[in-house]
Design a protein around this ligand. Structure first.
Ligand code: AMP
Ligand code: GLY
Length: 425
């Protein structure tokens, strides 16, 4: 069969890598892809934000299944568009993707379904939001309700910074319409956990556990990024905790969406804060996470196509899934300056050497090929991922590979997975 993967990041390289392993797949089209996907499938330059162009492409090329990586095309309704034309596609409808695309909607639904989340309020008027934040004497989190390319959230220890964030969103309109509505919520403390669940109607299958590293600096310092590294499994996510997450969060939200005429089909990502009072939802995403997908899919032993098709065809309840017991660690190599300004076009060296390393795989994110050279083209450049006998071994292998790769101004965290590695004494 012919599969199309939409998107150009590390997540999409990981999806392409896993899909291409299926004996049922003859060809993978990556739209637009990156230098990594080009080594597995065929890259095609159509903008991921153009559902019409993508539908035409799927039809012309006889695509049997399309997998949508990023949130933007999902929230724009690509799945509805494809389904209306009888094209098979993995991902939620536009109505269901609102769970990520509209944080005010997500908050309302969580309240309705009694899903544990940060205490929060939704505002459409700047004055009301400002008056509310002005009364707070503890930290606040200010969120543009719409899609803001992962930049719409300000975590403010000092409420005065919350006022500045509000002004930027609602007065300066730095995120445009995405900031017409804001969510202001309490600042939660704890470790974060990413939960991935395949959802089809009432059926929920929770994937292996995984933890991301959002801040740019070692020891979780500095501004938040899209994610600087991830590992799976996450020992903090005990089976008891995951049972609570499924019972108190996944089941009620999936039910609430069905009752709201927005039944969920696809991958539902729950971003959790593990607080002293139990897991609380920070956000829902309507897609696989990046970079969490990279270590998760390194551990998946079953055929990813079978699994995704089980969702598309309504057979998820019968799916059998096998995982490698070996942990995986992914270290993101970024361009110095990210998540702020950075330079691109730096030549990447050492990839051939690392390709020969056992149990290591380098997922490309911001890369492209110019003639025979691979160069950087984004903030997050590579997700260097390794399987190991235990998490410390996986970390060691991942960093060994990281150290063998060079580009000018490469930056990476040195402490990925340390939270999961037991210390003596
Ligand atoms: P979101 O897109 O809503 O998940 O927010 C992005 C990041 O901001 C999260 O991964 C957290 O690191 C942080 N964050 C969001 N909401 C809160 C909160 N209520 N308390 C503390 N941190 C938060
Ligand atoms: N790694 C966080 C995300 O994908 O949203």
């Amino acid at each position: 069969m012919r599969v199309m993967v939409i998107g150009s990041g590390g997540r999409e390289h990981a999806l392409t890598y896993a899909v291409a392993k299926s004996p049922r797949v003859d060809e993978v089209l990556c739209v637009p892809g990156n230098a990594g996907t080009a080594s597995i499938g065929q890259n095609i330059e159509v903008k991921a934000a153009d559902p019409d162009g993508l539908a035409v492409l799927a039809r012309q090329r006889g695509v049997d299944l399309t997998i949508v990586g990023p949130e933007a095309p999902l929230c724009a309704g690509i799945v509805d568009r494809f389904e209306a034309e009888g094209l098979r596609v993995f991902g939620p409808s536009k109505a269901a993707a609102r769970i990520e695309g509209d944080k005010a909607y997500a908050k309302r639904l969580m309240k309705l379904a009694h899903v544990p989340t940060a205490e929060g309020r939704v505002f459409e008027r700047y004055k009301n939001a400002r008056d509310y934040v002005a009364t707070r004497d503890t930290g606040v989190v200010v969120k543009a309700a719409g899609l803001a390319a992962g930049k719409g959230v300000s975590v403010c220890e000092d409420p005065a910074d919350g006022l500045l964030a509000l002004e930027r969103i609602m007065v300066d309109r730095v995120f445009g319409d995405a900031g017409d509505t804001v969510v202001v919520e309490e600042l939660l403390k704890g470790q974060e956990l990413s939960v991935f669940a395949l959802v089809e109607g009432c059926t929920i299958y929770v994937l292996e556990t995984v933890q991301d590293h959002k801040p740019i600096g070692d020891g979780d310092t500095g501004p938040n990024t899209g994610g600087m590294g991830a590992y799976s499994p996450a020992p903090i996510a005990t089976p008891d905790m995951m049972a609570v997450v499924e019972r108190d969060i996944l089941v009620p939200i999936v039910d609430a969406m069905r009752n709201d005429d927005a039944p969920y089909h696809g991958l539902l990502y729950v971003g959790l804060m593990l607080t002293a009072a139990g897991p609380k939802v920070l956000e829902f995403n309507c897609r696989f996470g990046d970079p969490e997908t990279q270590p998760i899919l390194m551990r998946l032993q079953s055929d990813l196509i079978d699994l995704l098709e089980a969702v598309v065809d309504g057979r998820l309840a019968d799916a059998e899934v096998h995982w490698s017991p070996r942990p995986a660690v992914c270290v993101v190599m970024a361009s110095e300056g990210y998540p702020g300004k950075y330079e691109s076009g730096k030549v990447i060296e050492g990839l051939d050497h690392v390709a020969a390393m056992k149990d290591v795989y380098v997922f490309h994110a911001g890369t492209r090929r110019i003639e025979n050279v691979t160069v950087t083209s984004g903030g997050r450049v590579l997700g260097v991922t390794a399987l190991g006998d235990d998490i410390a071994d996986a970390k060691r292998r991942a960093y060994e590979a990281v150290e063998a790769i060079h580009f000018q101004n490469a930056y990476y965290r040195r402490d990925i997975a340390d939270k999961a590695i037991p210390t003596d004494g």
